[in-house]
Write a protein that binds this ligand. Structure first.
Ligand code: ASP
Length: 589
C-alpha cells in the first residue's frame, strides 16, 4: 500500500476518510482491550486506536508492537469524543480507528527513548545518531537549517549572486589552523589540502569576472577543539567585486536581519546595526565580540587617578598601564563572598587584583581609605556611580585590563539578570589591526593574509606594522563572533610585501601563493567578502548552545564520528598505494 498522507498532517476535515499511514511507533498503550498507538513521522504524531471488537487481526498484531517499530496502518479518521481532544498536538482533534496494522520493520530495544525528552549521554546520541535524529528537537533544528539555507539562496540570488562550487581537494589556504591533508596516489609524496575556507578560490572567481559569488561551503580546520568549534563546519562564503566595506556589510545586514526576523522569534535589537571599531570594542567592552544586549561600559579612569595617593593606581598609570573601571548598577548589596568571586574571575584573566567600592554615606571599599574625599568623588563621578552601586577597578597593562573587565562585564550582567534572551544584538566590529605579535617576536595576521591594509596605513608597513589597520570586519551578536571578512588585497606588490612581513620564505610564497600573485597581475578587480558560520547562526536562532545540535552528523570533541567509526586504520595495501608509511607516535613516558 502507499501512504495517503503524513501522520502529522491528519486533521478534523479528514474525518470520515480512510487513510493509509506509515511511520514509527512513538508509544503504545494497552488500555484493557483498546490499544492506543502514537504513530509518528517527520510531520508529527497521530493517535491510532485499535479495537479488538472491530479489527481482531489488527489488534493481534498491535499487541506485539514496541517503541520504534515501523508500521503501516489503514484506518478511518474520526473526531475524538468531546472532551478528549489534545490541543498540544496539531492532530489533537482526531484519532484514526485502525482496520489493518502491519509491521514494516521491527526495532531492537532502544539505547535511549525517542519519545521522552530525557537527558541522554551525548556519546550514545552520536553513536546512534539515526535514532537521535527522530527526536522532535532534532527535526526542528534541521528543518530550521533547511529554511536558513533556502532563505540565503533566495535572498542572494535576488541580489545577483551566483552559487558556485569550489574544490574540496585543493592546496593549503591559511586561516590560522592546521590543514587536513589528502595524499595523492598519482603523485607520490604530494598532498592536497582540504580547504580551511574557499578563500583563494572565491578571490579567483572575482579575478574571473564572476562579480558576485556565494557558496554554502564546507570548511575543514585541524585545530585543537575549542568550545563551539568543529573541525568540519559550514560557512556561507561570499565575495563581491568593485565594492567597498559598506557594500559587503550592507548585504550581510539585510540578509541576517531578514533571517532573524522571518525565521526566529527573536528581535533585532538595533537597526541599523552598530559599527564599532576594534579599538572601541576592546576598550569599552573588553572583547572583540562584545555582547551589546546590555550596556555596562568599561570606563578609563587613568587620567583621574594618575596622581592618586593610592600607589596601585598611580603606579599602574606611571608604568604605562591603565586604570579602568566597571559600574555594576545596584550591586552594592553583593556579599563579600560574591565580591571575592569577582576578584577570582579578574585574577583568572591575569589581573593582579581587583579594587572595589560601594559608594554611599558609608563607603565599603577595598581601597577607599587610601583616597581623599575629593579623589573619591572624582572617581565616582567619572564612573557615573551612585550610592548602592558596586564599582570595580583593574590597574594593569591595557591587555589585562581589557580581558579582566570584559570577563567581569559578562559575569556581572548575568548576576544582575541584565541579558534579554529574545533579542539578537547584531553589530559589526571594524578596523581590526592587520598584525598581531607572536610570542617569538614575529608577526602574524589577525584575520588572514589576503586582507587589504588601510590606505592611510600602508606607509606604516615598513616602520610600525602593528599600527597598520586592516580593512577587516567581524559580524558579531550576543557575545559571539558569527563572521569574518575583509576587503582584499588585489595588487601583487602589496600582497608580496605582506607575505614577507609574515616571515614567509620566498619559496613558500611562490609554492603556496604564486598562483594568487600571478592572477593579481592579470587584471584583478578590487573585491571583498565575508563568511558567516552557518552552524552558529542556526544554533543561536534555535537557542542551542552546542553547534552539534544543528549538524546532522557531527563529530565529537575528539573529532571522531562515533556512528561511522571514523577516523579508522586502513588496509596496508591502501597505504602502499598512497606511498605512505605510518610512524607510531612516540609517547612520553
Ligand atoms: N575566509 C575567511 C574565513 O573563513 C572569511 C573571509 O575573509 O571571507 O574566516
Amino acid at each position: 500500500m502507499k501512504r495517503s498522507m503524513m501522520c502529522g498532517e491528519v486533521r478534523a476535515n479528514h474525518a470520515g476518510q480512510t487513510v493509509v499511514l506509515q511511520g514509527w511507533v512513538h508509544s503504545v498503550r494497552d488500555h484493557g482491550g483498546l490499544i492506543f498507538i502514537d504513530l509518528r513521522d517527520r510531520a508529527g504524531i497521530v493517535q491510532v486506536i485499535v479495537n479488538p471488537a472491530s479489527a481482531a487481526d489488527a489488534h493481534q498484531i498491535a499487541s506485539d508492537l514496541h517503541d520504534e517499530y515501523v508500521v503501516e496502518i489503514r484506518g478511518q479518521v474520526e473526531r475524538r469524543p468531546a472532551g478528549s481532544e489534545n490541543p498540544r498536538i496539531a492532530t489533537g482533534e482526531i484519532e484514526v480507528h485502525a482496520q489493518q496494522v502491519s509491521v514494516l520493520n521491527p526495532c531492537l530495544p532502544l539505547p535511549f527513548p525517542v519519545a521522552e525528552e530525557a537527558q541522554v549521554d551525548e556519546r550514545v546520541r552520536l553513536q546512534y545518531r539515526y535514532i537521535d535524529l527522530r527526536r522532535p528537537r532534532m527535526v526542528r533544528n534541521l528543518e530550521l537549517r533547511h529554511k536558513v539555507n533556502k532563505y540565503i539562496r533566495d535572498f542572494l540570488s535576488a541580489q545577483g549572486f551566483l552559487e558556485i562550487e569550489t574544490p574540496i581537494m585543493a592546496n593549503p589556504t591559511p586561516e590560522g589552523a592546521r590543514d587536513y591533508l589528502v595524499p595523492s596516489r598519482l603523485h607520490p609524496g604530494c598532498f592536497y589540502a582540504l580547504p580551511q575556507s574557499p578563500q583563494q578560490f572565491k578571490q579567483l572567481c572575482m579575478v574571473g569576472g564572476l562579480d558576485r559569488y556565494f557558496q554554502i561551503a564546507r570548511c575543514f580546520r585541524d585545530e585543537d577543539l575549542r568550545a563551539n568549534r568543529a573541525a568540519e563546519f559550514t560557512q556561507l562564503d561570499l565575495e563581491m567585486s568593485f565594492v567597498e566595506q559598506e557594500d559587503v556589510l550592507g548585504v550581510c545586514e539585510a540578509l541576517f536581519t531578514g533571517l532573524t526576523e522571518s525565521l526566529s522569534t527573536k528581535k533585532v535589537l538595533r537597526k541599523p546595526w552598530p559599527r564599532i571599531t576594534w579599538q572601541e570594542a576592546m576598550d569599552r567592552y573588553g572583547s572583540d565580540k562584545p555582547d551589546l544586549r546590555y550596556d555596562l561600559p568599561i570606563v578609563d579612569v587613568s587620567s583621574v587617578v594618575a596622581d592618586s595617593s593610592f600607589s596601585v593606581f598611580s603606579g599602574a598609570v606611571g608604568s604605562g598601564g591603565v586604570v579602568r573601571g566597571l559600574r555594576a548598577p545596584g550591586a552594592g548589596s553583593f556579599t563579600r563572598r560574591q565580591i571575592d568571586e569577582l576578584i577570582e574571575l579578574a585574577k583568572a584573566q591575569g589581573a593582579r587584583g581587583l579594587a572595589w567600592a560601594v559608594p554611599g554615606p558609608e563607603l565599603r571599599s577595598s581601597f577607599g581609605k587610601f583616597l581623599s574625599e575629593g579623589e573619591q568623588s572624582a572617581l565616582w563621578q567619572a564612573m557615573g556611580a551612585r550610592a548602592g552601586d558596586l564599582v570595580l577597578f583593574v590597574a594593569d597593562r591595557v591587555e589585562v585590563a581589557r580581558a579582566s573587565l570584559g570577563a567581569l562585564r559578562r559575569d556581572v550582567a548575568l548576576r544582575l539578570d541584565l541579558i534579554p534572551q529574545d533579542v539578537m544584538a547584531w553589530a559589526f566590529v571594524v578596523e581590526f589591526p592587520w598584525f598581531e605579535a607572536t610570542p617569538d617576536g614575529g608577526l602574524t595576521f589577525m584575520h588572514h593574509p589576503f586582507t587589504m591594509p588601510f590606505d592611510d596605513d600602508v606607509h606604516l608597513l615598513d616602520t610600525d606594522p602593528l599600527k597598520v589597520r586592516a580593512k577587516a570586519y567581524d559580524m558579531v551578536a550576543n557575545g559571539e563572533e558569527f563572521a569574518s571578512g575583509s576587503i582584499r588585497v588585489h595588487r601583487a606588490d602589496i600582497q608580496s610585501r605582506l607575505f614577507e612581513l609574515l616571515g614567509y620564505s620566498p619559496e613558500r610564497i611562490q609554492s603556496n601563493f604564486g598562483h594568487m600573485l600571478k592572477a593579481f597581475q592579470y587584471g584583478a578587480p578590487p573585491h571583498g567578502g565575508i563568511a558567516p558560520g552557518l552552524d552558529r547562526v542556526v544554533g543561536v536562532l534555535v537557542d542551542e548552545d552546542s553547534i552539534r545540535e544543528v549538524i546532522a552528523f557531527p563529530k565529537n570533541q575528539s573529532v571522531q564520528d562515533l556512528m561511522m567509526g571514523a577516523p579508522t586504520e586502513v588496509q596496508a595495501d591502501q597505504l602502499e598505494d598512497l606511498h605512505i608509511r605510518v610512524v607510531e607516535p612516540v609517547t612520553a613516558s
